[in-house]
Ligand binder design. Structure first.
Ligand SMILES: Nc1ncnc2c1ncn2[C@@H]1O[C@H](COP(=O)(O)OP(=O)(O)OP(=O)(O)O)[C@@H](O)[C@H]1O
Length: 863
């Protein structure tokens, strides 16, 4: 097995480093703190998920949240890829030839142990040599050997909780169980004999019952034939007696009818006579209905007559009223016609009247408005005054300009006086003394002040004039507006006065029609009630009245005719009530007679039937007598048969119960037999088990003693010892030989290793007495010696700074050992500072550090 590749991501000082291991000896080189040991830590973490730096989280590169280590290991044709996530253990993963075989930290750990075959402790004590731990092998050797040789398993095998002990316990308890089975066998045997006896008895009883059943069946068969015969007789008997009973009943009813024969006959004849005598009533119903019809018509005619008479009376009254109102109505219509004719003139008169009122009111309003304007000032006077003011302002402005000019002159003189250089007066041209200058300045300044006062007075005056001018301008505008309004009002007044005159002329023309219209309206009001009365009766006329009277005469004639017909009918019927009574009775009698006739015919046929019934009764009675049926005999036989059947059923039940019992017992017997066979089979095992106990106890005794363990270890020990001495012979040490002695220890006692070195003089030295370098040489040789014996299972060795405490001489020797180891160990990975080791390596992996980041360079492959 070899480590082919490791990839470190955010692992300690490595941010992202991929390291390939090639050839036999791989040297990892670099300065202190470059990140060399970190690579070994990566291998250990990926194999055992163990941190060499305390808490597992310390492995994560500072500043990162988690790190990953991915290792590839080859075992023959199989390539294993192990991936570890430092923080998220559930991401751990292992694949074999690219196929995932486990996930999650625990599962991956288990799988790796399975692949490496050796556990972590053995590997860390032998082929993985951490910095400064090379000598640990001396104290770990007993445990390592125990583990390598699986002696621990031997101890476990023989302990009181071990498998051999439990096998023994199992066999003993099996034997105990079989002792109980023996007793069980005897009990079952007794049970079986009892059961066989019971089955025998049941079978005998069954035979007796079967015979009894046959006897019962025979008896049932014999009685059944007899019963069938009696049953037939009984059915016939019941049929005959039934018929006889109904015949007797019929005979009784016929005899009753025949007894009434004479009574019915005389009743019938009496009724026939009575009907004959009243035969005149035949057809009386139609006479009565005709009479009723005529009476209805008579009533209706009388009603019509009454109504018509009233109508005629009323009609005559209304016609008279119409005639009396006719003149007034005519007058009313004429007036109305005239009124409609002059209505237009009347309406025009009214509207002109109201128009005239409106116009007069408007006139009055305008006159008031003119009055409200009052007296208006003269526009010419105001215009003249404005012109005067404007002129005055112009004059004032002119004098203001002249004064302002003088003021500027004076100001210039004052300025010049101040700035003057020569002594010459700028005003008069004379020599300018200081006094003169002062005087001129005072005079000029006084005049400027006067001018300013004058200017201010002028300004004030102009202001007053302007105010007055504005007032006058406003007044002028007011006068103009009033004058305009007055002119308009006067125009309106003239126009409306003309219109009033025109309306008044028109009104005069229309006044006559207006008066006539008013008079007609009054007259119409007086005549209106009469006219309304007239309108109500205006439709009445003489012709209609005549027609009504004619109709009255024809109804009277019709009524007369009807009454004659009624009289004729009454003469035929006589008293109407009496006639109706007789008619009712006549009809009843006829119905009665019909029924009597039917009954009479029936009784006549029954008379013949009576004879036949009597004969039949006699024949039936004879047949019943001859049948000679006895109900009691039938009942007894029936009862007997029922009892016999019940007895048979009881026997059958008993048979099936016993048969069921025999079957169940037989099944039980079969089971018992097979159980007995099984128990017998078990009992046959007893001698074999006793034999086994003896053998297991013997084995346990052999295995539990320290003899075997010592023997196994002694064989292995001599192999290691020989290897060790072979390897040590390559060191130039002053020992002729090194021996190893083991004390295995027990379950509670830890084992001990005693290593002694013999010098050439034959004296032995304890390992503790040797120098540090010598101890390291022996420790390394011992590890290689053990590795040699394990190389079937493991193919690599990792060393972190193995030469660290060795002198030059020893170092050289160690190099020889390492070189020699190449023959034993296919792959050696060494972290070193040693140039000599570099020289013997065939693949150099150099690690440097840039900032806080390890950089790996590789590939100096020495072929
Ligand atoms: N979690 C971490 N993150 C980043 N860097 C770390 C972390 N833990 C340790 N280091 C640094 O990693 C560097 C590498 O340590 P490592 O033991 O691999 O060095 P080395 O090359 O074996 O040195 P030496 O020859 O001295 O043994 C050290 O400088 C150490 O301080």
């Amino acid at each position: 097995m070899k480590i082919e590749k490791i990839f470190l991501q955010n692992f300690l000082s490595h941010e992202s480093s991929e390291i390939n291991f090639k050839g036999s000896i791989n040297a990892i080189v670099g300065q202190n703190g470059a990140g060399k040991t970190s690579i070994i830590d990566g291998i250990v973490f990926s194999l055992f998920s163990e941190s060499s730096r305390g808490n597992i989280k310390n492995l994560v590169k500072k500043g990162k949240s988690t790190g990953i280590v991915q290792t590839e290991i080859r075992d023959g044709n199989n390539l294993y890829l192990i991936k570890r996530d430092i923080v998220n253990s559930s991401n751990d993963f292992i694949a074999k030839n690219n196929i995932g075989i486990a996930r999650g930290r625990k599962e991956v750990d288990r799988k790796i142990q399975e692949i490496l075959k050796l556990d972590k402790d053995i590997l860390l004590s032998t082929v993985i040599i951490r910095q400064g731990e090379i000598e640990n092998i001396f104290k770990e050797l007993p445990d390592v050997l125990k583990k390598i040789l699986k002696i621990e398993n031997l101890e476990k095998l023989t302990s009181s909780t071990g498998p051999l002990y439990s096998v023994l316990k199992e066999i003993e308890s099996e034997l105990k169980y079989l002792e109980n089975r023996k007793i069980e066998y005897e009990n079952k045997k007794l049970e079986k004999e009892k059961l066989e006896k019971e089955i025998e008895e049941s079978k005998k009883k069954l035979e007796d019952l079967k015979i009894k059943k046959i006897e019962k069946e025979k008896e049932i068969k014999d009685n059944s034939a007899k019963f069938d015969e009696l049953k037939r007789k009984r059915d016939r008997y019941l049929e005959l007696t039934g018929r006889l009973y109904s015949l007797i009943e019929r005979k009784k009813s016929v005899e009753k009818d025949v007894d009434n024969y004479d009574k019915i006959k005389s009743e019938k004849e009496k009724l026939e006579k009575e009907i004959e005598e009243n035969s005149y009533l035949e057809g009386g119903e139609s006479l009565l209905s005709e009479l009723h019809e005529l009476r209805k018509s008579e009533k209706s005619l009388k009603d019509q007559l009454n109504t018509l008479e009233k109508e005629i009376e009323e009609y005559e009254q209304n016609l008279a009223k119409k005639n009396s109102l006719e003149d007034d109505a005519k007058r009313y219509e004429e007036l109305k016609e005239r009124k409609e004719k002059i209505e237009e003139a009347y309406n025009e008169y009214n509207s002109l009247k109201s128009l005239l009122n409106d116009k007069l009111k408007r006139n009055e309003k305008i006159e008031n408005e003119i009055k409200s304007l009052g007296s208006i000032p003269s526009l010419d006077n105001v215009n003249k005054e404005i012109d005067n003011i404007e002129r005055e302002i112009d004059n004032l402005q002119n004098s203001k300009g002249a004064i302002k000019g003088r003021k500027e002159q004076l100001i210039q003189i004052i300025k010049n006086l101040e700035n003057i250089k020569e002594n010459r007066c700028p005003v008069c041209g004379r020599e300018l003394t200081e006094e003169h200058r002062k005087k001129i300045k005072i005079e000029a300044e006084t005049e400027v002040k006067d001018i300013e006062k004058k200017l201010s007075d002028i300004e004030k005056k102009v202001e007053e004039l302007r105010t007055r001018k504005d007032e006058l301008s406003n007044l002028r505008l007011e006068i103009i507006s009033k004058l305009t309004k007055l002119r308009k009002l006067n125009e309106d007044l003239t126009r409306i006065s003309q219109e009033v005159q025109d309306i008044q002329t028109k009104l005069k023309e229309l006044e006559k029609s207006y008066k006539e219209y008013s008079e007609i309206r009054e007259k119409l009001t007086l005549l209106e009630p009469k006219y309304k009365e007239y309108l109500k009766v205006s439709n009445y006329d003489e012709k209609t009245l005549e027609e009504k009277k004619n109709r009255l005469s024809s109804i009277k004639a019709e009524l007369d005719d009807l009454q004659k017909r009624i009289k004729g009918l009454l003469e035929k019927i006589g008293d109407e009530r009496e006639f109706e009574g007789k008619l009712k009775l006549y009809k009843e009698n006829k119905n009665k007679l019909e029924k009597l006739k039917e009954e009479f015919i029936k009784i006549e046929s029954e008379k013949n039937e009576l004879e036949k019934i009597s004969k039949e009764i006699t024949e039936l009675e004879e047949e019943i007598r001859q049948l000679n049926f006895n109900e009691e005999e039938f009942e007894n036989l029936n009862k007997k048969l029922e009892d016999l059947n019940n007895e048979r059923i009881a026997v059958e039940k008993e048979i099936s119960t016993i048969e069921g019992k025999i079957n169940a017992s037989s099944d039980l017997l079969i089971n018992l037999n097979s159980e007995l066979d099984k128990i017998m089979e078990d009992l046959n095992k007893i001698p074999k088990l006793q034999n086994a106990i003896n053998r297991v106890e013997k084995l346990r005794k052999i295995l539990s003693g320290s003899g075997l363990q010592n023997y196994i270890i002694s064989i292995f020990k001599s192999r290691i010892e020989n290897n060790l001495n072979d390897i040590l012979s390559m060191f130039n040490l002053s020992f002729s030989r090194v021996t190893i002695n083991f004390e295995i220890g027990g379950k509670t006692q830890k084992g001990k290793v005693v290593i002694k070195a013999y010098n050439t003089a034959g004296n032995d030295l304890d390992i503790e007495s040797l120098s540090g370098g010598e101890r390291i040489s022996i420790a390394l040789a011992l590890r290689i010696a053990i590795a040699k014996s394990l190389m079937d299972e493991i193919g690599f060795m990792i060393m972190d700074e193995p030469t660290i405490h060795l002198d030059e001489e020893r170092k050289k020797e160690l190099l020889n050992v390492i070189k020699y180891s190449m023959n034993i160990i296919p792959q050696i990975i060494i972290v070193t500072h040693d140039d000599e080791i570099k020289e013997i390596s065939d693949y150099i992996i150099s690690v440097t550090k840039k900032g806080d980041k390890s950089i790996v360079k590789q590939g100096e492959y020495i072929d």
